[in-house]
Design a protein around this ligand. Sequence first.
Ligand code: DGL
Length: 282
Amino acid sequence: MNMLSQQSGDDRPIGMFDSGFGGLSVARALIDLAPNENLVYVGDTGRYPYGPRPLSEVRDYSLQIAEWLITEIGVKLIVVACNTASAAALDLLQSKVDVPVVGVIEPGARAILKATKSGKVGVIGTVGTISSGAYQKKVADLSNEVNLSCAACPGFVEFVERGETESEQLTVLAERLLAPLKEAEIDALLLGCTHYPFLSRTILDVMGRNVVLVSSADETAFEVREMLDSSGLATTRDGVGSWTFYSSGDTKWFHDVGSMLFGEDLGEVIPVSWDGNSVSSE
Ligand code: DGL
């Protein structure tokens, strides 16, 4: 541990990104845990959803945003607040960029193992995340005593992006998509997509209250706080930090739906535009 830098603190912002609104569940958790940090969030709503895209494409987008956060914003750490992008690009980002990069998959996998009593656990995520095998591999690396059932939940993200977090149509879809996990009699379910915590009431209703829901968003926020504290990267600033939100899509939409999901006014949402391989704020 670098005691000198820990004493002086590091006031540079934390960078965070997601395909859209889902990462706001991670931002919310991190702001609650480390309110004095500055945060810069990019919601790539101009190219959402990431879930159905080829992983190679998600990898390119992720690298582009991470490089922009470093060169244009000067962040001290990057949080990949998206399971699909973590599954596709975490290793690449960790090898290519020169600030620490935290993903959501490992914290989530560790938490689901702690939460289960029966050893029968489930993970839900986008098609990209589930078909990448990232959770299946991470859980197997951490334990050979659990029985993991996975289900992709296409459609869930679109409900969140519409700001529709409870409705009859959502319940009907959830009943269909979650049926295999109910049959598997799991006792803990990991929300392996950062959009899904916004749907947790419906998901819990469908799964039954004896199933524990674990959010990769919360677990990741805890991991980031620990990393800040142990690495000397935590700020020593007193008072509340600033939070800045960028969107590559319709900024009014991002502001309105994002504020509703975030539970607080996001303030001005700044547009970013993608130009070939580069991105710039306008
Ligand atoms: N929030 C993203 C995740 O955690 C996915 C949303 C999308 O499909 O764009 O996987």
